[in-house]
Design a protein around this ligand. Structure first.
Ligand SMILES: Cc1ncc(COP(=O)(O)O)c(C=O)c1O
Length: 381
């Protein structure tokens, strides 16, 4: 048996998405920029997908630009705001994804952009009073706030409507990395008052290597990737028509199934919390795990010990895929920057279990039994 509890890293492809992509792969080969019939057919697919996505986000089709995924969308939002909008200060947090943190650092090195990090509350939430304070020190129109909707390691959810309102009050641009929430929570681009949103299909049972950036129509930026005039001059390169079709299909399915999946996946997360508390002495959880939290993510502290240190490897051998943090930091010795910011429990080992629509409660039982074996606790007690 294999149990896949690493859905925040990536999710399995939905069979209906695979089917939609296959139909495009075998039935369409024109270059969407070509004016002949084959080209026009491919272009129609792209525009249909754009319209679907825009409708699900309460956005206009002209505000959706396809990218290679979350990383490129985050890069576009930050680098283009600094280069094209006169942004001099980026306000972000130390627990953002590296696609934001490293890009902010690049903006600092390349353009001298000032980076300000908003304080965190003890449970890992953004201190909104501190954000307001930082915003009030920043001149209008020169600041970009980049705060993620849900943290990929601990699951904390930020109230992006409130952040959007604060940004509007202080004349700041607002980017939210919604990679972990699009397809899992309703996201309304108009209501949140965002200027930029980043999304990635592989986090909601779509294909890897495709995503989009929402750019509010009031914002005029130039491309990050230069070349042809694709994406209305916003991103050069022949469009990934299979990926785009898969992305739109996956988002449509995720949004249609959202309520049912939310109930199913929250049930699994809550059951995991319950079973871990009953079965593993000294266990604790990071972030606001039973409050404003993404129902797909549970970040666990295992008490110090030799077995805990080897936990991810032991789980994998026992048939369970989990992660030590974000996919790019798991397996590396640097540890998680998010857990470090939260003030990790000394000596504890963190494991992120993240759930998806194909998981079951039986898999939770299997995992908890294996954890007891790994930690050398008697099984079935
Ligand atoms: C919050 C967040 N932002 C950005 C990314 C990067 O997305 P992608 O893998 O599509 O580049 C990820 C995925 O790991 C993520 O979790």
């Amino acid at each position: 048996m294999r149990v896949y509890f690493d859905n925040a890293a990536t999710t399995p492809l939905d069979a209906n998405v695979a089917k939609a992509m296959y139909d495009v792969m075998t039935g369409y080969y024109g270059n969407p920029s070509s004016i002949h019939q084959e080209g026009r057919q491919a272009r129609t697919l792209i525009e249909k997908a754009r319209k679907t996505i825009a409708g699900l986000l309460n956005a206009a089709p002209g505000e959706i630009f396809f990218t290679s995924g979350g990383t490129e969308s985050d890069n576009t939002a930050l680098q283009c705001s600094v280069r094209d909008l006169g942004v001099k200060t980026i306000i972000t947090s130390k627990i953002e994804h590296h696609a934001v943190l490293h890009t902010a650092e690049l903006c600092h090195e390349k353009f001298g952009t000032e980076i300000k990090y908003v304080k965190l509350l003890p449970n890992g939430h953004i201190d909104l009073d501190n954000l307001e304070n930082l915003l009030s020190q920043s001149p209008d129109g020169k600041t970009l706030v980049s705060l993620m909707h849900a943290n990929n390691e601990i699951g904390n959810i930020t109230d992006i409507d409130r952040v959007g309102a604060l940004c509007a009050q202080h004349g700041a641009y607002f980017h939210s990395d919604t990679v972990q929430t699009i397809g899992h929570f309703p996201v309304d681009a108009r209501k949140a008052g965002v200027h930029f949103l980043s999304a990635s299909a592989h986090k909601f049972n779509g294909p890897k290597g495709i995503g989009f950036i929402y750019i509010n129509s009031s914002v005029k930026v130039k491309p990050l990737i230069h070349g042809g005039s694709q994406e209305r001059n916003m991103r050069g390169g022949t469009e990934n028509i299979y990926g785009i079709t898969g992305l739109a299909k996956a988002m449509e399915i995720a949004c249609n199934e959202m309520e049912a999946q939310r109930e199913h996946i929250s049930g699994i997360k809550n059951y995991m919390i319950e079973r871990l508390e009953e079965n593993i002495p000294g266990i604790s959880f990071n972030g606001d795990y039973n409050g404003d939290s993404n129902y797909t993510v549970l970040n666990v502290n295992f008490p110090p010990g030799e077995a805990a240190e080897m936990m991810l490897f032991s789980l994998d051998i026992e048939g369970i895929a989990a992660s030590g943090g974000s996919a790019c930091s798991s397996g590396s010795s640097v540890g998680s920057h998010v857990i470090k910011e939260l003030g990790a429990t000394p000596g504890a080992t963190q494991v992120r279990f993240s759930f998806g629509k194909y998981n079951t409660k039986e898999e939770v039982d299997f995992t908890v039994d294996k954890l007891r074996e790994i930690l050398k606790l008697a099984v079935g007690v």
